[in-house]
Design a protein around this ligand. Structure first.
Ligand SMILES: [Zn+2]
Length: 602
């Protein structure tokens, strides 16, 4: 038992920046969350709690609650929550160990120096790459702003022609990679950077069949990609000439850069996004920069084909309202499709902005002006209307086949939202829009309404499952005795189908295995994901009375997990039976059918 505990604690300390657990706990114990948060927003006493206007989203009536007994905060408006460390991480954009050190200073707790201050090798590499990237960004930027060669002039003229002035160049740290094989390489060498590190940062490429390296980016306009803490993670590079390979090339994935985890420009616009409570999402660098120059400040670019779940979660830190503005060319179409589906599944409110055919925001603003652009933003279509018009144009609804495809797609669309209220609203809209007397249409519509009734059960089950899992988690947080009770019933993290809940339960199970005694703060310290910490804070904030008869709630939740398990086993067995039948494997079939009968009996 002991060695395991030691190992785990050490592993966790590594993640936390090597601050020992007992020091972290002492820092949290000695810090008063009311006092710390009171420095940032005016707290008013409300019963046992304190209320305030949320510092993380724009609101007129306070929905931000600080609970001094449990030492946590939670915003019922934007959903953010956690303990005092989590608050500082978000408010001051700090990493976990940085936030702990800041609090330690205030509370007069000494964080041990020496071994515990040496960052882990992977952290050292991350920091080294960020430093090399910063040097490279400065080198490219300097080159664009000060050099006078013909190539640089072409780059400057290109930007000038698009209305990108010096101020913007500085804000985005735009740069120019010289038309040479080793300009950056030489520069970084002069700064004592090793070739190995340059390669790990994705800045140079090894020569084929020969020794040595060459610059990845040559004769290109450079767009550094920053994270929300303004650290340069990677580069995008635009060719100056049409015949110079791909129009855009990018840094490869590195230790600090994973594609699809960041939004271009968000480090500059996150405050505006939070304040306006909506974000315009575009595809490319110039699509983001052009509207920004003209005063559209709540915008960021996805830099990929479709929005990923990671990106959506990043956006959700600032707002739930997304306006998608993507190219509607053939390649863009499927990207929008996928993005919209993920957005709706992640519970975001999404609307679509369409510009003229074959025009990206950059081209649109240049030809029609910023006023026309903002008008299009205001005219954004709802997700539902967008799909309706899209499929109406895509399928020939005068033919019965086209009509059937159209209805099928619209049923799918309605089913995407897990929220029955939204489903009902969409279904109603659909019926209203299709008041057509043609018989074909009516038949289809009736069929649709019939199917809609059965269909709407599917997401409802999913919603109820999530609610059940949340209730169970709320019980676990209220009293760890329920954790033990669940473990006795052979419930494990894998039984929770909601990703976030799964993460939290897994951390609880680990804490329980390490030592039976752990606090909410231990749990919050353990969770790396802010969404997971917010979930915990929200569930802790649930009033005692709201949980009702806890023993009964526990029984019901466990019961529904058992039922879900059974359903899954049953459908797996049925699938196996189908396969055995197809393969004509009589022996296996008998065996499976026997198993199936056993299952039905239990
Ligand atoms: Zn809030």
């Amino acid at each position: 038992m002991l060695p395991l505990v030691k190992f785990c604690t050490r592993a966790v300390n590594k993640i936390m920046g090597l601050i020992p657990n007992d020091v972290i706990n002492r820092v949290i114990e000695r810090s008063d969350i009311v006092e710390i948060i009171g420095n940032y927003t005016a707290l008013k006493k409300a019963g046992r709690n304190f209320k305030a206007l949320c510092p993380f989203h724009n609101e007129k009536t306070p929905s931000f609650v600080v609970n001094p007994d449990k030492q946590i905060f939670h915003c019922f408006g934007c959903g953010v929550g956690g303990n005092v460390v989590g608050f500082l991480m978000r408010q001051e954009h700090l990493e976990f160990p940085e936030a702990v050190r800041l609090l330690a200073n205030k509370a007069g707790v000494v964080v041990p120096e020496g071994e515990s201050d040496t960052p882990s090798p992977s952290r050292q590499l991350r920091e080294a790459i960020l430093k090399v990237n910063a040097l490279a960004a400065a080198f490219f930027h300097e080159g664009l702003v000060t050099h006078r060669e013909a190539d640089v002039k072409t780059a400057r003229d290109y930007l000038k022609g698009r209305g990108v002035n010096l101020e913007t160049v500085k804000k985005f740290q735009l740069g120019f990679a010289p038309n040479e094989w080793d300009a950056l390489l030489k520069y970084l060498k002069s700064k004592s950077i090793s070739e190995e590190l340059m390669q790990k940062a994705g800045l140079i490429i090894a020569r084929e069949g020969k020794s040595g390296y060459y610059d990845r980016f040559r004769n290109r306009i450079m767009f550094p990609i920053f994270d929300i803490q303004n650290r340069p993670l990677a580069f995008g590079a635009r060719a100056l000439k049409d015949d110079d390979g791909a129009k855009y090339i990018n840094s490869p994935e590195t230790v600090v850069y994973t594609k699809g985890q960041h939004m271009f420009g968000l480090q500059l616009t996150k405050t505006a996004v939070g304040k306006s409570d909506r974000m315009i999402v575009v595809e490319g660098y110039m699509d983001m920069i052009m509207p920004y120059i003209h005063g559209v400040e709540n915008i960021a670019a996805s830099l990929g084909t479709a929005l990923t779940v990671d990106q959506i979660r990043l956006i959700r830190r600032y707002t739930r309202n997304v306006l998608m503005l993507f190219d509607t060319d053939a390649a863009g179409q499927s990207a929008i499709e996928r993005s919209l589906i993920t957005l709706v599944e992640e519970g975001m409110n999404v609307r679509m902005v369409t510009l003229d055919k074959d025009k990206d925001p950059d081209a649109f603003i240049r030809s029609s002006g910023i006023d026309a652009f903002e008008k299009r933003i205001d005219q954004a279509e709802s997700f539902f209307d967008f799909r309706l018009n899209w499929y109406k144009a895509k399928y020939d609804i005068k033919t019965s086949e086209g009509m059937s495809q159209f209805f099928h797609k619209m049923k799918e669309t309605i089913a995407l939202s897990g929220d029955p209220m939204i489903q009902a609203h969409w279904a109603k809209q659909f019926k209203e829009k299709f008041k057509v007397s043609e018989r074909l249409m009516l038949e289809q519509l009736n069929q649709f309404i019939k199917e809609e009734r059965t269909l709407s059960n599917v997401p409802r089950v999913a919603l109820e499952t999530r609610k059940g899992e949340e209730l169970l988690l709320a019980l676990f947080l209220k009293d760890p005795a329920w954790v033990k009770a669940a473990q006795e019933k052979a419930i494990g993290p894998e039984d929770f189908s909601d990703g976030l809940i799964h993460t939290v339960v897994e951390a609880m199970w680990t804490l329980e295995a390490e030592s039976g005694e752990w606090s909410t703060n231990d749990l919050l310290t353990r969770l790396n994901d802010e969404s997971a910490r917010s979930l915990v804070a929200r569930l802790i904030s649930v009033e005692e009375g709201q949980l009702g008869d806890t023993a009964r709630v526990f029984q019901d939740c466990i019961g529904s997990i058992y039922k879900k398990k059974q359903r899954e086993t049953r459908s797996q067995l049925m699938e196996a039976i189908r396969q055995a039948e197809a393969e004509g494997d009589a022996e296996k079939l008998d065996q499976l059918k026997e198993q199936f009968n056993q299952l039905l009996k239990t």
